[in-house]
Design a protein around this ligand. Structure first.
Ligand SMILES: CC(C)(COP(=O)(O)OP(=O)(O)OC[C@H]1O[C@@H](n2cnc3c(N)ncnc32)[C@H](O)[C@@H]1OP(=O)(O)O)[C@@H](O)C(=O)NCCC(=O)NCCS
Length: 442
C-alpha cells in the first residue's frame, strides 16, 4: 500500500468510527428485490451484510423473487397473470412461486455460510434464522379480478424475530405469508419489509432498488426527502396498491416513517458497496427519507463548540476569518447558530448585538466547503436577519476581507469605520484592513 492509500484508509476508518459506534446493537430491516438477487453484485451485497452482522447490527433481510418466479413460469409454459402491477397467484402458479422463493432463500443462506471462506468474513460463523414469521390474508378482488393466493401481511411474529436477532442470528424473511387455515400467500417483499420494520420498531428500513422516482430532472439521486416531499412523488393512480414497484416502495417507506421507523434509505442496486457507503459515511449515496428534515438548525450550545472550531479553523489559518479562541466562542455561544447534519456542524454564523445602538454584527459565517453553493449560506443569512429584526436592530454590519460581493448581493454597502459602534471601532484591526459593510433594516 502506498502512503496515500494508507492515509485514505486511515481517514475512511476514522470517519466511519462514529457510525460503527452508533449502529452497534441497532435493528435494520433490508428489502432486496428479486432483480437484485439475480444481479452480479448480489454476492458482494450479501458479504457486506455479513460484515454488518459482525459489527453487532441486528439484521432482518426480506427478499423478493419476482423475476425468478416469472422465469420458472415461462419454463413451465404458464403465462404469468397480472392485474396492473399486481400478480394474480392461482393454484397453477403457486408451485412456481414456492420453488422460486425457496431457491432464492437457499442461495442467500448458502452465500451467508458456504461463501464465507472466500470472502472477507472468512472466520465468522454466521447463523441464519428463517421461518413462519409472517401471517398472510388474501389480497382480495381488485378491479373485479380475484388475486387468489396473492396476499397482504396480516401480522408479524415480532417476539420470535427479536429472539433470533438477540441470539446474534440474521433473520431471513421470504415474501410468503402463512394462514391459520394452512394456506400460503404470495406477498410483496416491500410490504413485508415495511411491516416487519414497523412491528420491530426498527432503527432503519433499507430498500435496495433502482428507482427513477428518486432522481431529479438531471438524473441525479435526490439525497434527502421528508415524508411531505415524498408524498408528492407518489403515483396517484396506484398509490393504494401493494406491489413490487418503486411507487409502492416509496408509499410504504412513508408509512413506516410515520409509524416510527426514523430512517428509510433507498439505495441504488448498481452501486458496489452502496449499503456500506450509506451507513458509514456522513452523506451516504442513497436517498434518505425521514419524518423531519435531515439538517437541523438551532441556537448553538457548548456542545457545538468543538464542531464550530473544526469548521472555522482552516479559514482562520487561511486568514479568511479572524482567529477566535475556544474561550471567546464559549462566552459568545448564545450568539451562534449552527446547521447540523447527522451530528456534525456543517455551517455556522454569529449575530453579536449592540442593543443600545440598535446595531448588530454578523460574524463567523461559514459553510463547510462540501456543502457550499446549496443556499445554506443564504438560509443562515436570512435567519440572522430575522433574528436581528426580532431584536429591534435597525442596522447590520460586518467586516470581511474576501466575501464582499456575497454580502453586497444581500443589500450591504461599503461603509466607514465611524459608522460602527464605538466599542467595535476601538477593536478594528488595521493590519487586516477588512472591508466594512452595512445594511439598513428599516
Ligand atoms: C460565503 C459562504 C458563507 C456562502 O455559503 P454558500 O452556502 O455557498 O452560499 P449560497 O449557496 O447561498 O451562495 C453561493 C453563491 O455565493 C457565491 N460566493 C461564494 N463565496 C463567495 C465570495 N467569497 N464572494 C462572492 N461570492 C461568493 C458562490 O459563487 C455562489 O454563487 P453562484 O451560485 O452564482 O456561483 C461560504 O462560501 C463560506 O463559508 N465562505 C468562507 C467563509 C467566509 O468567507 N465567510 C464570510 C465571512 S463573515
Amino acid at each position: 500500500m502506498s502512503n496515500t492509500d494508507n492515509q485514505s484508509f486511515i481517514d475512511c476508518f476514522r470517519n466511519a468510527a462514529p457510525y460503527i459506534h452508533a449502529h452497534h446493537g441497532k435493528t435494520f430491516v433490508l428489502q432486496i428485490g428479486g432483480d437484485v438477487v439475480a444481479s452480479d453484485a448480489f454476492t458482494h451485497l450479501i458479504h457486506d451484510l455479513a460484515l454488518l452482522n459482525s459489527l453487532s447490527i441486528k439484521l432482518v433481510i426480506v427478499f423478493g423473487a419476482r423475476p425468478q418466479i416469472d422465469a420458472l413460469l415461462k419454463e413451465r409454459n404458464i403465462t404469468p397473470l397480472y392485474n396492473g402491477a399486481l400478480r394474480v397467484t392461482d393454484e397453477a402458479s403457486m408451485s412456481s412461486v414456492k420453488q422460486a422463493v425457496g431457491d432464492v432463500k437457499f442461495q442467500i443462506e448458502a452465500l451467508l455460510s458456504m461463501g464465507l471462506p472466500n470472502s472477507p468474513m472468512e472466520e465468522s460463523a454466521i447463523k441464519v434464522a428463517s421461518g413462519n414469521y409472517v401471517t398472510g390474508r388474501p389480497y382480495g378482488v381488485v378491479n373485479g379480478i380475484d388475486l387468489e393466493l396473492t396476499g397482504k401481511v396480516r401480522s408479524v411474529e415480532k417476539e420470535t424475530i427479536n429472539a433470533r436477532l438477540g441470539a446474534g442470528e440474521i433473520v431471513l424473511v421470504p415474501p410468503m405469508g402463512y394462514s391459520v387455515t394452512g394456506e400460503i400467500f404470495n406477498l410483496s417483499s416491500i410490504e413485508v419489509a415495511a411491516q416487519v420494520a414497523i412491528d420491530l420498531s426498527a432503527d432503519k428500513l433499507i430498500m435496495i432498488n433502482h428507482d427513477s422516482l428518486l432522481k431529479n430532472e438531471n438524473g441525479e439521486t435526490i439525497r434527502q426527502l421528508t415524508c411531505e416531499q415524498a408524498k408528492t412523488k407518489l403515483d396517484p393512480v396506484n398509490k393504494n396498491h401493494i406491489d413490487e414497484t418503486p411507487s409502492t416502495a416509496l408509499a410504504l417507506g412513508i408509512k413506516a416513517c410515520k409509524a416510527g421507523v426514523n430512517r428509510i434509505h433507498y439505495i441504488d442496486q448498481n452501486i458496489d458497496g452502496g449499503v456500506l457507503q450509506e451507513l458509514f459515511t456522513r452523506d451516504g449515496v442513497g436517498t434518505l427519507l425521514s419524518g423531519t428534515p435531515f439538517d437541523t438548525i438551532h441556537q448553538a450550545t457548548v456542545n457545538d463548540i468543538g464542531g464550530i472550531l473544526e469548521l472555522i479553523e482552516p479559514l482562520e489559518e487561511q486568514g479568511v476569518l479572524v482567529k477566535r479562541s475556544r474561550e471567546k466562542i464559549e462566552i459568545d455561544i448564545d450568539d451562534y447558530i449552527v446547521l447540523v447534519r447527522d451530528g456534525s456542524v456543517i455551517a455556522c454564523a454569529a449575530l453579536h448585538q449592540y442593543p443600545e445602538e440598535k446595531v448588530a454584527e454578523i460574524a463567523c459565517m461559514v459553510v463547510h466547503p462540501d456543502y457550499q453553493k446549496q443556499e445554506k449560506g443564504e438560509l443562515l443569512y436570512e435567519l440572522m436577519e430575522t433574528l436581528a429584526i426580532k431584536g429591534e436592530i435597525k442596522t447590520l454590519f460586518l467586516l470581511t476581507t474576501q466575501t464582499v460581493h456575497w454580502f453586497i448581493e444581500k443589500g450591504f454597502v461599503e461603509a466607514q469605520l465611524e459608522d460602527l459602534p464605538v466599542k467595535k471601532q476601538t477593536l478594528y484591526n488595521y493590519q487586516r484592513n477588512s472591508k466594512i459593510l452595512i445594511k439598513s433594516l428599516d
